[in-house]
Design a protein around this ligand. Structure first.
Ligand SMILES: O=C(O)CCC(=O)C(=O)O
Ligand SMILES: [Fe+2]
Length: 264
């Protein structure tokens, strides 16, 4: 796993709000991530009581954007071991320029064969904390191409984003209703051979194309919260009892719900 960064990669990330790390996983690691993720997803989908997948109505538009399985580290031991890796925290923290990284949530995102596009959106407005330094990692488990739904970014949008957001709905362009000035920006596609990591700021506008191929486009991702972040009133994936006990402004420092995986 390549977790040492060149100064130019950090500078690119800070400027553009995303960065691509080619060859992030070696072949053996890729094989392990792919098997672990597929097993964790299969297990989750077989468990009808688990919730936390978007496949209840498989014909819904959103169900065909990707199969989304959240917090697999909570239900799969092998995934927990992958996600708690301190090196991932250091990588995310170094790019973000923060001194501690907690897991917000992991999620597998499998765009199915002939799947729908992922509409332009921001991530951080969905979450229970608001931070300019939130960051996610997206690891390609298959070659992600412009044919099967690789990620696209609008460079630099993390610098001008507010917390207005569009849902990942049927209109690719709903986000531009809130940010009409972003229509002028040229999007950057990020083809990602399997094993590549793509990281983005939680306020960078991003989306993905449709999958026009007959194969899946599988990715394993994790969203990170800078240590020291506070509750903003949104429940998102917080457990019910924890959410009920929180007041806006409380420190989100529960080591079970949001494990601290790295501290500088
Ligand atoms: O995989 C996709 O299609 C979208 C990924 C995404 O929105 C994310 O990782 O935040
Ligand atoms: Fe996203």
């Amino acid at each position: 796993m390549i977790t040492e960064l060149a100064a130019s990669q950090i500078a690119f990330y800070r400027d553009n709000g995303f960065v691509v790390i080619q060859g992030f996983l070696n072949n053996a690691e890729l094989d392990h991530w792919r098997c672990t993720t597929q097993e964790a997803v299969d297990q989750r989908l077989a468990d009808t009581n688990a919730g936390l997948s978007n496949q209840d109505d498989p014909d819904a538009f959103y169900a065909q954007v990707f199969t989304q399985c959240i917090k697999l580290a909570d239900t799969h031991k092998g995934m927990r071991e992958l996600m708690l890796d301190e090196r991932l925290g250091k990588l995310a923290g170094t790019l973000a320029g923060v001194d501690g990284i907690r897991i917000w949530h992991d999620q597998a995102l499998f765009k199915p064969p002939f799947g729908n596009p992922t509409a332009w959106h921001l991530d951080n407005p969905y979450w229970s904390f608001s931070s300019q330094d939130a960051i996610s990692i997206w690891v390609a488990l298959d070659d992600a191409t412009k044919d099967n739904g690789c990620l696209y970014y609008l460079p630099g949008t993390h610098k001008t984003a507010s917390y207005q957001n569009a849902g990942i709905g049927q209109n690719q362009a709903d986000l531009f209703k809130f940010y009409p000035q972003w229509r002028e920006l040229a999007s950057v596609g990020c083809p990602a051979p399997a094993g590549t990591a793509v990281l983005h700021n939680g306020l960078t506008a991003h989306g993905a194309g449709a999958n026009m191929t007959n194969g899946p486009r599988r990715a394993m991702t994790c969203a990170y919260m800078p240590d020291g972040s506070t509750f903003n009133g949104i429940r998102n994936v917080l457990p019910e009892a924890y959410f009920a006990a929180l007041k806006v402004g409380d420190l989100l420092d529960n080591d079970v719900v949001n494990p601290l995986i790295w501290h500088g």
